[in-house]
Design a protein around this ligand. Structure first.
Ligand code: Q9C
Ligand code: ZN
Length: 346
């Protein structure tokens, strides 16, 4: 299986995130991707390539122009406020909830940060835009490889993407890599594409991108939003709207869920994807379902990921796998490559 990787991911290196009123060290660190890369190379699992180049217009297929323009210039705006800011990451602190207006982009920089975000856990750093763009290019390149005939391709993208919406960042995500890959497949002529999100956290951004559309089916298995991040989306009664009604499937599971119940949900999701008649599958491959994950609550073990990879392969679809969460840094390489190896082996 081919992997697309770009060393520029390491330029997104947040220092701290807000948690319970304190700034704590970031969980989403460059070493995560480095461990996956090292394990891929150790097992000699296919080739690792740099992503291809893409016009920025391809990002506008999912994200709004004003959001992309903000991301591209945010760091310069921040440093322009005060040259001393160059040593500090940016975190938002004010948001336009409910009755506030979001149609007017404020001039004030802090207000813009709030307009385009939904949490204070996602620092924007000097290298965030460069890294996020290269990560999106990895996902798009994987989609291209799949279109060219590869049974599967892996995007080792960082920062992750599935919490990012058309015009907001949060949950460590800025550009929605999986949504961009799915849309790329649609634009290349595939009529029905499925996105399967197996990250511990609900893929609120991806769901929102496709919620009113019948051409991209979204299925997600995740911690119940009543207790788990991102809290405000991911319930079972969210089935789509308008023409998209019936093309969204959420399978929330309680904290503490282990492999047997999780795998039953996976079978449910895959059966619905087959029923939909998907021509291709994009997997948001979060590895934070692992028992040792420091911020999550499922209890999958490393060898379970071999079974996950085999099940994904068994559905028989050309597949783009996109790296999402997974914060047990020492184990994330073995766990992710277990999925990939089982997919590639069978
Ligand atoms: N103290 C992804 O897995 N909140 N994002 C964590 C920890 C944010 C996870 C709080 C979790 C975001 C891509
Ligand atoms: Zn996650």
């Amino acid at each position: 299986m081919i992997t697309f990787y770009n060393h520029l991911h390491a330029q997104h290196q947040g220092k701290v995130e807000m948690f319970r009123g304190a700034l704590v060290p970031c969980y989403e660190v460059p070493a995560r991707a480095d461990h996956v890369l090292a394990e891929l190379q150790r097992r000699k699992l296919g080739t690792v390539q740099h992503p291809n180049a893409f016009d920025d217009a391809v990002l506008e297929r999912i994200h709004s122009r004003r959001y992309l323009q903000f991301l591209a210039t945010a760091w310069d705006q921040w440093v322009a406020l005060d040259p001393a800011n160059a040593g500090t990451d940016i975190l938002p602190s004010v948001w336009p909830t409910r009755t506030f207006r979001t149609d007017i982009e404020p001039d004030n920089f802090s207000a813009k940060m709030g307009l385009y975000s939904f949490d204070a856990g996602t620092p924007f750093t000097a290298g965030t835009w460069v890294a996020a763009r290269a990560g999106a290019h990895c996902a798009l390149s994987a989609a291209q490889a799949m279109l060219a005939g590869d049974r599967a391709a892996f995007a080792l993208s960082r920062p992750p993407g599935h919490h990012a919406g058309a015009d907001f960042f949060g949950g460590y995500c800025f550009l929605n890599n999986a949504a961009l890959a799915a849309q790329y497949l649609r634009d290349a002529g595939m009529e029905r594409v499925a996105v399967l999100d197996i990250d511990y956290h609900h893929g609120n951004g991806t769901q929102a991108c496709f919620y009113d559309r019948p051409d991209v089916f979204f299925a997600s298995i995740h911690g119940d939003p009543r207790t788990e991040y991102p809290f405000f989306l991911g319930h079972a009664d969210e089935t789509g709207v308008g023409a998209g009604k019936g093309f969204n499937l959420n399978l929330p599971l309680p904290r503490g869920t282990g492999y047997p119940a999780w795998a039953a949900a996976l079978d449910t999701a895959l059966a619905r994807i087959q029923q939909f008649g998907a021509q291709a599958l994009v997997v948001s491959m979060g590895m934070d379902t692992f028992v040792g994950d420091p911020i999550s609550g499922f209890t999958l073990h490393s060898d379970d990921y071999l079974r996950v990879g085999a099940r994904l392969r068994a559905c028989g679809l050309p597949t783009v796998l996109v790296f999402e969460g997974g914060y047990a840094v020492q184990e994330v390489g073995v766990n992710a490559v277990n999925v990939l190896q089982a997919f590639a082996d069978v």
